[in-house]
Design a protein around this ligand. Structure first.
Ligand code: FNR
Length: 345
């Protein structure tokens, strides 16, 4: 075990186990969604523009690096590298949970480092929903963050022996929403959301929701690898897929939806956009690319993905996200059954 605290050690464990469990060939619900191409699309790739604005800043495409890490020496290094990727690509990035700051203020540098490498890009702070306003404001200030992610991780906490056991979070969420000056994005951590949660969040005034569904990083599995004597491995199948979560979201108008969870390649990104996501995030896939192929190659690969995203839009005859939403789509029987049982039209 490292000489760092148990909190910092947990960050290292999450990173190591997530990397170990990552499966390049993972099948997930995005495979149950087909978009139909246009053989006569009447479009040129040069006419397709993915650049957009988020929270007042220009970004290269509506994709982002989702929350992962910080809090230990090693994860601080990873944050520095993720910030270089975000800056090179001109896409937003989130840091991992800054909750550790409330116990170990000295770990601040492992988050702050993202501004060293990405001084003017879009950066999301990240906190748990049990912190007071002052603590959350400190997490924002540390990064001069453009938005704040609040993660809802009830399943993960339940599986962790040392996890939270009190889940009264709604009052805090509306307080953050009403009192903080920057946008709030409420997110899951890879278990998805259904329309009851989405309605609750909407009623609390939350305007940005990252449904972060199953299909990629699985914290039930990660926590079960870490655990001693609190085996809840049987929960590994719990949750809504990202595709199901977006179908649920189509029933709750109002919030702007971000999607993450199991995004493996540009086609998954396009499918998530088609299903209604305004922004699409990746954690596990980018972490894997970075640790497997290094910083330079990851930047090359992701720049190539930006090109491929435009090619894909051309194939589907779409100039932008709005026209992509009209692309014909076919769902596999499991998803049709899900929609029927959930009364999703
Ligand atoms: C995460 N995730 C996460 N989310 C969050 O809000 N705060 C956090 O501290 C973390 N920590 C974390 C560590 C590691 C190593 C991974 C891989 C992920 C969850 C993440 O933001 C995302 O919601 C899920 O991982 C699902 O997306 P992927 O990984 O399937 O693309």
């Amino acid at each position: 075990m490292s000489t760092e605290s148990k909190h910092a050690h947990r960050k290292d464990e999450h990173l190591a186990i997530a990397t170990h469990l990552f499966d390049e060939n993972q099948v997930n619900a995005f495979d149950q969604v087909r978009l139909l191409h246009q053989s006569l699309p009447e479009i040129a790739v040069a006419d397709i523009h993915l650049e957009t604005e988020l929270f007042g800043k220009s970004i290269a495409a509506p994709i982002y690096i989702n929350a992962m890490t910080g809090g230990s020496k090693k994860t601080g290094e990873i944050n520095g590298q993720l910030a270089q990727i975000a800056a090179e690509l001109r896409i937003p990035m989130a840091v991992g949970s800054e909750s550790i700051l409330t116990k170990e203020p000295a770990s601040g540098s492992t988050f702050e480092v993202v501004r060293k490498f990405n001084p003017s890009g879009v950066v999301f702070a990240n906190m748990s929903a049990d912190k007071d306003l002052q603590q959350v404001q400190a997490a924002i200030d540390l990064l001069a963050a453009d938005a704040l992610q609040i993660h809802l991780n009830v399943i993960q906490e339940a599986i962790m022996p040392e996890g939270e056991r009190t889940f009264y979070w709604a009052d805090n969420l509306s307080q953050y929403q009403n009192q903080l000056a920057i946008p709030i994005i409420v997110k899951e951590v890879g278990f998805g959301m259904n329309n009851a949660t989405l309605r609750q969040l909407h009623q609390l005034g939350i305007q940005y929701i990252d449904v972060s569904g199953t299909g990629g990083t699985n914290f039930a599995k990660i926590e079960n690898v870490r655990r001693t004597g609190h085996d809840m491995a049987y929960l590994a199948g719990l949750g809504n897929t990202t595709v199901e979560s977006l179908l649920e979201a189509s029933q709750v108008q109002g919030p702007t939806y971000f999607a993450s969870g199991g995004i493996r390649n540009p086609y998954d990104i396009v499918k998530a956009w088609r299903l209604g996501a305004q922004m699409v995030g990746m954690s596990g896939t980018i972490l894997h690319l970075l640790l497997d192929s290094g910083l330079t190659q990851t930047i090359i690969t992701l720049k190539e993905w930006l090109n491929q995203l435009k090619l894909l839009l051309a194939i589907f005859g779409a100039r932008d996200l709005l026209t992509l939403r009209q692309a014909p789509m076919v769902l596999a029987p499991d998803l049709i059954s899900y929609c029927q049982q959930r009364q999703i039209q």
